[in-house]
Design a protein around this ligand. Structure first.
Ligand code: NIG
Ligand code: FE
Length: 410
């Protein structure tokens, strides 16, 4: 298949590397091109002046539209049983996320609903969410457990994620988030729950090969820095790498924990001090994943994207799609919001949501840029005047077609 009349071919790279600091602002774009797809992969591209159509080749005329690599959403919780819009109203009436959580709402509310829902139903709900996300241009995904919080229910969630991996046309990575909250019945004996995560859940997750990563919600009222490190190190012994929920509501030690355990990424980072920024500036630091729609939905201050970029952090953007803090997985909105509220340049936001997103789930050899040999997972937009128009036109749907593995996704 050949795509012709591409106005802007975005994030074109023969070789690629993780983007830190100033590198994020460099987004390679080629104008007036064709793009050839072979066996579901990107094969080659060239200037329209060199266009040569092979006899039997299928041709799609992009008609002056723009082609980008699909978004890589490296942080989601899309396996859940039900939305939580009543908590949304509670928040409008004045309760905070932490207050809702403390009275058994929040994550524990989702856990109750998940326990009462069959695996088959959970699978169908998540599958439909993924279909909707692909239509919005997402072409790689990470999905977490963490609404189980019991051995059987955590395994149920991870088995749903495994089935999603088998079914899905886009690559999915699975994360075990047994340490998402302390269940009510362990409130006075948190050690017992942590032991259960480490000594009972992890060996089972590992025996069935159900996860790629381990995650902990490192937060006041949830898990401390030392507990986070202990749980991550236990996961590492089972062959998992760490991705941590850090510094969402408080300066929690999550960034330090992520650095100490060699995490792939530390995610959220709404509440940061200079100490955390300095840690993320180091060459061997975890990637810094920002989730601006969660900050927006919870009416929090946004993470300090500019300060992180100026200090050489490897920034990533993701949706955090979940029923409590970001009931949307629309990466187009994430990219816009990052430019509007965190003053990221369009180039920085697109890089952070594509190539760096791929690095954050170790799929950089498969997705994240227009590179021969990577999957042909592409967004084809309507005609747009410039790359900056993508985040500028927030809330508009610019997507004309999404291609996954070389096929148009309907
Ligand atoms: O990433 N912060 C912890 N976990 C999710 C929210 C989960 C929920 O509220 O259900 C997050 O924001
Ligand atoms: Fe999250």
């Amino acid at each position: 298949m050949l795509i012709t009349n591409i106005k802007f071919l975005v994030n074109v790279r023969d070789t690629f590397h993780k983007l830190r600091g100033a590198d994020l602002a460099v987004l390679p774009v080629v104008e007036d091109t064709w793009l050839r797809i072979k066996d579901g992969e990107i094969d080659s591209w060239g200037s329209m002046s060199t266009l040569h159509i092979v006899g039997h080749e299928e041709v799609y005329d992009a008609n002056g539209g723009t082609v980008l690599p699909t978004w890589c959403d490296s942080h989601t919780h899309i396996v859940f049983a039900a939305p939580r819009e009543s908590e949304f109203v509670d928040k409008i009436r004045g309760l905070s996320y932490a207050e809702i959580a403390a009275k058994g709402g929040g994550i524990l509310n989702s856990a109750r609903k998940l326990a009462a829902t069959d695996e088959e139903v959970l699978f169908e709900l998540a599958k439909q969410r993924i279909i909707n996300l692909i239509r919005l241009g997402t072409g790689a995904l990470e999905v977490k457990s963490g609404y189980g919080l019991r051995i059987d229910a955590e395994l149920k969630m991870l088995r749903v994620i495994r089935r999603l991996k088998e079914w899905s046309p886009i690559p999915i990575k699975a994360t075990f988030l047994g340490a998402h909250a302390i269940p009510m019945e362990y409130k006075d004996n948190r050690r017992k729950y942590i032991d259960m995560v480490i000594d009972e859940m992890l060996p089972l997750v590992s025996a069935e090969n159900l996860a790629d990563y381990i995650d902990v919600f490192c937060e006041q009222g949830f898990f401390s820095q030392s507990e986070t490190e202990e749980i991550c190190n236990a996961g590492i012994k089972h062959g998992l790498k760490a991705k941590i929920h850090a510094n969402q509501l408080n300066v929690s030690g999550g960034v330090q924990a992520g650095y100490n355990v060699g995490a792939v990424s530390v995610d959220h980072l709404e509440t940061m001090s200079d100490v955390e920024v300095e840690i993320l500036s180091r060459a061997d630091a975890p990637m810094a994943t920002l989730l601006p729609t969660a900050a927006y939905f919870l009416r929090m201050g946004f993470p300090p994207a500019r300060q992180l970029i100026e200090n050489n952090a490897a920034l990533v953007l993701a949706s955090d799609y979940n029923p409590g803090s970001s009931p949307s997985g629309n990466m187009n909105v994430v990219v816009s919001m990052s430019c509007i509220q965190m003053k990221m340049l369009p180039e920085e936001a697109i890089n952070a949501a594509t190539l760096n997103g791929a690095y954050a789930i170790e799929l950089e050899d498969e997705v994240g840029s227009i590179t021969p040999g990577k999957r042909a997972n592409l967004i084809i937009t309507q005609r747009i005047p410039s790359i900056a128009y993508i985040p500028y036109s927030f809330g508009e749907n610019l997507i004309d077609k999404v291609m996954i593995n070389g096929r148009f996704f309907e």
